[in-house]
Ligand binder design. Structure first.
Ligand SMILES: Nc1ncnc2c1ncn2[C@@H]1O[C@H](COP(=O)(O)OP(=O)(O)OP(=O)(O)O)[C@@H](O)[C@H]1O
Length: 272
């Protein structure tokens, strides 16, 4: 067991993924992958395009079938749960999919109320009050409530999608590239929002991102996926010191050097 794995043992994992294998037809995407997500952390997940980051997220929440492996959430193996326990567990997480994935024919308020109607038995006035609370929580104006997604800017769509992910007061939030498509200022504000909500609501967050700024601004730890596995996991300082060629290129590229210059390893004599 490596020193990092030993250290993980001191932190309570909310999600434990063990020997996860996921593939499509002949193609194996996740190949005996192991990952622990700790209580109260914001874990960034990075990896090349097509490395399986979204597949991992979807496998954890049961949207793609796994061929092998176990996934535990809150100490419970999700494969062995009764239907009732499974539904109770589903209420404990919220997902913000890539590009928001809002229902285009529903208003922002109706989008937020959608999971509430599915999982909770609430009166209309309470549904109204709760949806407006979520809208305020993510920094949208009350006027946004009755707008359709097509009437929103990119940044507002992200916030509305986050509000929907928070609809059931989840303990875990999965974010798939939350800042993609936002300008740097909008992305920075969204990172701050995620950090503020994580602290206020005691969330555990798994955030897939390509955004180096987000890793720096929001994530407590980062997991790097390659060749179907988590090849490195740790703080940004630890990850950016990795000798893995993809990670070196990632952190030592022009954008990486600007942000992580102080952590990036300098080339060794025989590499110069
Ligand atoms: N439903 C599916 N059927 C077949 N192949 C799939 C399916 N979902 C994902 N894949 C394949 O699995 C691989 C990993 O996809 P995934 O979307 O997880 O990558 P990613 O790391 O999230 O990439 P990106 O950063 O570009 O979003 C890709 O080769 C993709 O084509």
């Amino acid at each position: 067991m490596s020193s990092r794995e030993v250290r993980l043992g001191n932190h309570q994992p909310v999600i434990s993924v063990r020997d996860l294998v996921v593939g499509f037809n002949e193609k194996i995407v996740l190949d005996y992958l192991n990952l622990d997500i700790r209580l109260g952390e914001i874990l960034g997940v990075i990896g090349a395009s097509g490395s399986g980051k979204s597949v991992l997220l979807r496998a954890i929440i049961g949207l793609v079938p796994k061929q092998q492996g176990t996934i535990e959430m809150f100490g419970e193996n999700i494969d062995t749960l009764s239907r009732e326990r499974r539904r109770a567990l589903e209420r404990k997480w919220g997902v913000m999919f890539q590009h928001g994935a809002l229902f285009s024919s529903l208003t922002v308020k109706q989008n937020i109320q959608f999971p509430m109607r599915e999982y909770l038995d609430l009166s209309e006035p309470l549904l109204e009050e709760l949806a407006m609370m979520k809208i305020e929580m993510v920094g949208l104006k009350p006027e946004a409530a009755d707008k359709l997604p097509s009437e929103l800017s990119g940044g507002m769509i992200k916030r509305a999608a986050l509000a929907r992910a928070l609809a059931l007061d989840p303990e875990i939030v999965f974010l798939d590239e939350p800042t993609s498509g936002l300008d740097p200022i909008g992305a920075g504000e969204f990172d701050q929002l995620i950090v503020a909500l994580q602290k206020t609501l005691n969330l555990t967050v798994m955030m897939i991102t390509h955004d180096l700024n987000s890793l720096h601004a929001a994530c407590n730890r980062v997991a790097a996926i390659a060749r179907g596995k988590v090849i490195e996991i740790g703080t940004i300082e630890e990850i950016s010191a990795s000798t893995d060629p993809w990670l070196r290129a990632y952190f030592q590229g022009e954008r990486g050097r600007k942000l992580f210059g102080e952590f990036a390893p300098s080339p060794t004599a025989n590499e110069i």
